[in-house]
Each structure stands twice: as structure tokens, then as C-alpha cells.
Design a binder for this molecule. Structure first.
Ligand code: NAD
Ligand code: DAU
Length: 336
């Protein structure tokens, strides 16, 4: 099969490309990525030479270019991971979020209509459900109530994707996953930012009272869920994906410090994020029951392993912080 993974140079995308290349060596994986600030070809350095991997630099909102990629590869499956993904950036400015997350998804769906596919997986987020109180979990029937420009753009994309199933019969499946952690996460997100700051003895900025809760899942568990849904997900359905690991931010930050042997005095409580969602928790019983997927990692083990990865790969995040990574991929791209 020919599989298109969009956003494959980002955090989840690059882990997914590697996962798919390892698990399904007979498939051709084509990674289309615009290489925004969040895209980093260094994430896939070990996959570059594989015969069943191709990289195309491209914007999913550029209909002409994406059509030419569809014409060349005649995809069986499309997995749309490309997105503007950082909530804080969407609060500063949301136009790129609307363009990539909504217009880009629309371009892919229009092409899915023109070229027949076996599956179109829209990789979405639990943030479309909004915020929970102290109890309860998000199920697939929880009403959509996005609170940030980021989550609103993702919710719009979900609705578009599902409408293309209902109206045109496109084999769309939507996954809604909770907070991922693991290797190659851009150091603007909570866990890699805290690791990088602590390693440099910089302050760790915890928003508000630090008691906001996220449900953490290792990125490889998420990749396995996406792979499972791409193979066996029922068309027109939504699947929640979660790690069963609700933790308050402050507890996550303290664990990072403990694993690094750094003092809690590095923690600095700062002004809260605007519109900050209080709590997310995912009920993933549907995908477990219907498709047989379950998360494998225990959060504390996965986090300790992840901290070790950032310690052993400090060059990776230091090249991002210095801006050198963009020179690196530009040079690599120009050499092609
Ligand atoms: P990321 O920001 O690390 O990576 C996004 C990738 O998309 C980058 O490589 C970037 O260059 C690429 N991209 C951005 N705009 C593009 C465009 N117009 N055309 C082509 N490529 C473009 O994001 P991530 O954390 O890996 O998230 C991937 C997907 O998973 C997103 O759709 C996000 O909403 C979703 N998601 C993320 C999480 C999480 O915890 N990180 C959880 C649930 C769902
Ligand atoms: O729930 C899934 C979502 O998880 C994905 O859809 C998003 O793409 C992804 O970015 C993530 O969103 P969050 O906003 O939950 O992740 P972030 O890492 O930005 O923040 C996690 C929590 O930590 C959140 O409550 C805000 C807080 N935080 C974050 C940063 C960057 C801090 O306290 N300090 C920080 O410096």
C-alpha cells in the first residue's frame, strides 16, 4: 500500500513514520511536510535512506502541489498529522491555525474525493471536547466545546472530515488523543521544555496554580492506535485515545526534576494561559473494546525513559533552541 503521512517531520508524525516503516516494511510511506518551525528532518535521519520512504516538502493547503503528489503516488491511505499544534501560539495569532488545520484538511478531503482511498485518518485531539470539572471523562459522545483557537480549528477539521464521509462516502475515521510525550517533541511543549530548562538550570514556568490536569500517553502508544485505526477503524467513526494517566502539571514537573536530580527551587509559578482548560481525561474504552488497542506504557516509566532520551540527545534540542536545526534541514533539502 502507498500511505501518505502529512506532518511527518513533526513530533507525532516522525514517530509515526518510523513506526509504520518498521511495522509495515512492504508499504511505501510518503511524508509531506511544509517544514514550519515545528518540522525537523533531523527527526527522521535514520529513515532517510530506506527504499520505502519518500519525503516531499509541501504545504497541505496548496491544492495544486498536493494533487501532483496524489497523482504520483495514488495513495491507499492518508493519515493527516500536519497541523499547527501549540495552544499558546494560537492565542498569539490564529490565522496559520485556520489555514493549515482547516483549509489544509479540506484540500486533502477534496483530493480524497477525486482519488479513491481505502482510509482517511484525521488525527485529532481531546481538546475539541473542552474542559472537564473534577470528575468524568471525555467519551466519543461528549459534546464538542473547543476553547482555544487551536482546538476550535481542530474541531472544524473533524466536522469537515466527518461531513465528507456522510455526504460523499469518503472512508474517514477520526482519532482524538490526549497529551503525548516522548522523543522528538518540540521543546515548547510542557515536558520537553521543562527538561531542557532544568538541564540548563533555568526557571521552569508553571502556569497558574499548576493544578491543571492532562491525561498523558506515550507517543508510541498513540502511533499504535493510529496504525490500528488505519487498518481496522470503522468508516465514519470517532475513536478516543488516552493513556489512563491523569496527572497535575506540577506533579509532572516535580517528577522531571527528580529524574534529573535537580532542585524544586527551579519551579516558577507564572501568569496563567488565557482560557486555560482545567482538566482533560479520556475514556478510550471504545477503541479498546472494538479494535483491541490499549496503551502499553506506565507513565512514570515512560517519562523516566523520555527524560533519559533528552539527556542523551541534548544536541537535538540545543540545535532547535539555537535555531541551527533550520539551517540543517534547509541545507539537506537544497542538496536534494
Ligand atoms: P508538531 O507541531 O510537532 O508537528 C506538526 C508538523 O506539521 C510539523 O512537522 C510541521 O512542519 C507540519 N506542518 C505544519 N503546517 C503544515 C502544512 N500547512 N503543510 C504540511 N505540513 C505542515 O505537532 P504534533 O504534536 O506532532 O501533532 C501532530 C498532530 O497530532 C496534530 O494534528 C495535533 O493536533 C495532533 N495531536 C497532538 C497531540 C500532542 O499531544 N502533541 C495530541 C493529540 C493530537
Ligand atoms: O490534549 C492534546 C493536546 O495536548 C494536543 O492537541 C496539543 O497539540 C498539544 O500541544 C497538547 O496541548 P496542551 O496545551 O495540553 O500542551 P502543553 O504542553 O502546551 O501544556 C500542557 C500543560 O502544561 C497545560 O496545562 C499548560 C501547562 N504549561 C505548558 C507550558 C508550555 C505550563 O504550565 N507551562 C508551560 O511552559
Amino acid at each position: 500500500m502507498n500511505i501518505l503521512i502529512t506532518g511527518g517531520a513533526g513530533f507525532i508524525g516522525s514517530n509515526l513514520v518510523r513506526w509504520m516503516l518498521q511495522k509495515h516494511p512492504d508499504n511505501l510511506i510518503v511524508n509531506v511536510d511544509k517544514l514550519t518551525y515545528a518540522g525537523n528532518l533531523e527527526n527522521l535521519e535514520d529513515c532517510e535512506q530506506l527504499p520505502n520512504y519518500r519525503f516531499v516538502r509541501g504545504d497541505i493547503a496548496d491544492g495544486g502541489l498536493i494533487k501532483s503528489v496524489f497523482q504520483e503516488y495514488r495513495f491507499d491511505v492518508v493519515i493527516n498529522c500536519a497541523a499547527e499544534s501549540h495552544v499558546d501560539r494560537s492565542i498569539v495569532g490564529s490565522s496559520e491555525f485556520a489555514r493549515t488545520n482547516i483549509v489544509g484538511t479540506n484540500v486533502l478531503l477534496e483530493l480524497a474525493k477525486e482519488f479513491s482511498l481505502k482510509k482517511f485518518v484525521q488525527v485529532s485531539t481531546d481538546e475539541v471536547y473542552g474542559s472537564l470539572g473534577a470528575t468524568g471523562k471525555f467519551t466519543e459522545n461528549t459534546p464538542i466545546h473547543p476553547n482555544s483557537p487551536y482546538s476550535a480549528s481542530k474541531a472544524a477539521a473533524d466536522f469537515l472530515a466527518l461531513s465528507y464521509h456522510h455526504t460523499f462516502g469518503i472512508p474517514v475515521v477520526v482519532t482524538r488523543c490526549s497529551n503525548n510525550y516522548g522523543p522528538f517533541q518540540f521543546p515548547e511543549k510542557l515536558i520537553p521544555l521543562m527538561i531542557a530548562n532544568a538541564m540548563q538550570d533555568k526557571k521552569l514556568p508553571v502556569y497558574g496554580d499548576g493544578l491543571n490536569v492532562r491525561d498523558w500517553i506515550h507517543v508510541e502508544d498513540h502511533c499504535e492506535a493510529i496504525d490500528t485505526v488505519a487498518q481496522r477503524g470503522k468508516e465514519g467513526e470517532l475513536y478516543n485515545v488516552g493513556g489512563n494517566s491523569e496527572r497535575a502539571n506540577i506533579d509532572v514537573v516535580k517528577l522531571v526534576l527528580r529524574y534529573l536530580g535537580k532542585p524544586e527551587s527551579l519551579i516558577s509559578f507564572v501568569r496563567d494561559r488565557l482560557g486555560h482548560d482545567r482538566r482533560y481525561a479520556i475514556d478510550s474504552s471504545k477503541i479498546q473494546r472494538d479494535l483491541g488497542w490499549k496503551p502499553r506504557r506506565v507513565f512514570e516509566h515512560g517519562l523516566e525513559e523520555t527524560v533519559k532520551w533528552y539527556v542523551s540527545n541534548s544536541g537535538w534540542w540545543k540545535r532547535i533552541i539555537s535555531g541551527e536545526y533550520q539551517e540543517y534541514y534547509k541545507k539537506m533539502y537544497e542538496e536534494r
